[in-house]
Design a protein around this ligand. Structure first.
Ligand code: 8YV
Length: 332
């Protein structure tokens, strides 16, 4: 009998077909977002789950599903998973790093540029039929080239954004991170380490790429926003909750910073109503990794992880990108 797995959201048909070679798959072709109770019920009897950022895997889910052996996230971020609880239950967790780095960095850069150059705001103006004449200060924004790019969180995606800024746009790049990068990595990214306060005070364009955790909750709130330049922009492609959305909406409305670009929100898909009411913010629905090729690579990697984690395929027992490898049995 094949082990049973749940694929929590609708994914590419051939990914499901590949999983069916090894597993008895319950999929979700209607792409329903399960309530917590429904998710727990559907996981019943399953040994593995192909999850996305929308499913929370915590103690309640694990305790109700003792057969579960593997949680394979189709995302690099895994704040939806209580990894410590999974480890305590002997459940391996995996994510999808690397395959989305460049795509996500492209999007972060695009969002930053859209905010700085007021692309969405001016497009809305045009669509409303308000464009009657050219004027010298119409939608003037801030330059990207030659400006100071500040990056909060300097993992793979932060480094990819730094490279774009330093090598593509001649920007001065500064970053703040829990730990400083090695000198050779800093040099390759063209980035210099600074304290958080210097980052806030010196950045013309601040990009947030730090993973969400209780430690990064509201890392950018009213006290941080007040330190930024009134001409600065802020872009968040990390997670909702890293930025205090209410404080940001207030800062934008009061023009205490110039503009923002947000792909992630506290409580998404609900967006704070104050943000919806301010013009100087570009809002996108969590699509930074959304290219056809990258979503395919993410799904393939999540499937590879699930297949290997449950003991099948060429790297049986050795999922390629585990988050808690300590639960895996050592190989002989
Ligand atoms: C995903 C993401 O689209 O990888 C991540 O961490 O935020 C996005 O690429 C999203 O989490 C869906 O799983």
């Amino acid at each position: 009998m094949k082990p049973a797995v749940l694929v929590a959201r609708a994914v590419q048909a051939d990914v499901i077909a590949r999983l069916r070679e090894h597993f008895d798959v319950e999929d979700n072709p209607g792409d329903e977002v399960f309530s917590k109770d429904e998710f727990i019920a559907r996981l019943h009897g399953k040994q593995g789950v192909f999850a996305t950022g929308s499913e929370r895997i915590d103690e309640a889910v694990l305790a109700a599903n003792p057969l579960l052996r593997a949680v394979c996230n189709m995302a690099v971020g895994y704040n939806n998973i209580d990894v410590a609880a999974c480890t305590a239950h002997g459940v391996v967790c995996t994510n999808t790093p690397d395959v989305l780095t460049e795509t996500t960095a492209d999007f972060g850069f695009a969002l930053m540029m859209a905010a700085a150059r007021r692309i969405a705001e001016s497009e809305h103006f045009l669509r409303r039929g308000e464009w009657k004449k050219w004027s010298v200060d119409m939608f003037t924004g801030g330059d990207i080239h030659g400006a100071t790019l500040g990056i909060l969180g300097m993992g793979r995606i932060g480094q990819a954004i730094a490279r774009r800024g330093a090598h593509g746009f001649g920007m001065r790049v500064i970053y703040h991170n829990r730990s400083r990068l090695e000198a050779s990595v800093e040099q390759a990214c063209g980035a210099a380490y600074v304290g958080k306060q210097e980052l806030l005070q010196q950045a013309d364009h601040l990009v947030i790429v730090v993973p969400y955790s209780p430690a990064s909750h509201h890392a950018i709130g009213a006290a941080e926003l007040v330190q930024m330049k009134p001409t600065a922009t802020l872009t968040n492609i990390a997670r909702g909750g890293v930025v205090d959305d209410a404080a940001l909406a207030k800062a934008l409305r009061e023009k205490r910073i110039a503009a923002a670009g947000l792909d992630v929100f506290e409580g998404e898909p609900t967006v704070h109503p104050d943000l919806l009411g301010v013009p100087n913010v570009v809002l996108t629905p969590h699509i930074a990794s959304a290219t056809v090729a990258t979503r395919r690579a993410m799904a393939d990697l999540a499937a590879d992880n699930l297949i290997a984690a449950l003991g099948f395929g060429p790297s049986a027992g050795r999922p390629p990108t585990p988050i808690n490898p300590e639960v895996l049995r050592p190989t002989a």
